[in-house]
Ligand binder design. Structure first.
Ligand code: DVN
Length: 284
């Protein structure tokens, strides 16, 4: 009897041990699966990015009757090679050199518009009026505007979520693209060039901005004739063209360049946007 009770107890103990072991193995499998899912979740595949970029490329070529010499598939391939398989915080600007050299587009002299801290009103304007061309109105800028993308070491995938933020790193995948594209756009600036700056912020010419740190430094007085700054203000409020930061801008320019600045109320620009029949020069 005693032996029997002992045998039953031993069997129960063994059974509990086996169940405990099974539970532990299941927990470990679950933990590994969750870890894999989470780490993979941080990087969603960017299949739709390829479709978006190729579709925007084709749309631009059709709408702008641009030379169909551009091969949208090749543009995608060259673009992807700049960052795929790389640490998303280690994509320097020159990684995009091949892309810049693949999409060489003649600038429209006397219509080029640079901007800083005025993206919304600038693109509202260039969408409705044909007075200016910004970087985002060129094939390269049009394709990439508003998109985000990155790669990952050891992976051949393109990701559109889970990428580092713009300020997370120096050689940020997307920031390097805009720095490189902006440099090329500024180097091509020709004739009478314009810039729309924000008169409602403390320093309309912000030293750390792309406009100040990259574009102005690449203006070529042998190609350009003048730079006109449009300082966008609220009604009679905000900075004037005498703002110290605009004096700093003027100091940075080659003295051969004619510089001028005009304050323009936002409402005047919006008025001009809503009357496309007004001649560009008569807008303000
Ligand atoms: O002349 C223009 C144009 O040619 C462009 O290529 O560069 C000039 C504008 O750059 P900017 O002088 O730095 O002006 P902003 O307004 O400070 O920044 C331009 C854009 O960079 C922003 O509109 C941001 O794009 P978004 O988010 O509005 O689609 C982007 N940007 C700047 N800081 C960023 C950022 N995006 C994400 N995180 C940030 N911290």
């Amino acid at each position: 009897m005693e032996n029997e009770r002992f045998t039953i107890k031993r069997r129960k103990t063994r059974c509990c041990l086996i169940m405990g072991l099974c539970a532990l193995i299941l927990l470990v499998i679950l933990a590994i699966s969750l870890w894999v899912a989470f780490s993979h979740k941080q990087y969603n595949s960017g299949d739709s990015l390829k479709e978006t970029i190729i579709s925007r490329c084709q749309t631009f070529i059709q709408n702008n009757r641009t030379s169909s010499a551009y091969d949208c598939q090749k543009i995608w391939t060259v673009f992807e090679q700049a960052f795929v398989g790389k640490d998303p915080c280690n994509v320097p600007t020159d990684a995009y050199d091949s892309l810049i050299n693949t999409i060489i587009q003649d600038p429209i002299c006397n219509k080029m518009l640079f901007w800083s801290k005025t993206k919304h009103i600038v693109h509202e304007f260039t969408e409705k009026r044909n007075c200016f061309q910004t970087l985002e109105d060129t094939l390269l800028g049009y394709i990439m505007d508003g998109l985000t993308w990155c790669g990952k070491e050891g992976s051949n995938e393109t990701f559109t979520t889970g990428c580092p933020s713009w300020n997370d790193c120096v050689n940020h995948t997307v920031k390097s693209f805009w720095n490189r594209a902006s440099a090329a756009f500024a180097e091509a600036a020709c004739g009478d060039v314009s810039a729309m700056l924000n008169g409602s912020i403390a320093t309309p010419f912000t030293p750390t901005s792309i406009f100040a740190s990259i574009e102005v430094k690449r203006f070529n007085a042998d190609k350009m004739r003048s730079l006109t700054v449009f300082l966008v203000t609220q009604e009679n409020d905000g900075k004037s063209c005498d703002d110290p930061s605009l004096k700093n801008l003027q100091k940075e320019l080659d003295p051969k360049l004619k510089y001028s600045c005009v304050s323009v109320a936002k409402s005047t620009i919006q008025e001009c946007i809503s009357h496309p029949d007004t001649a560009c020069g008569a807008c303000w």
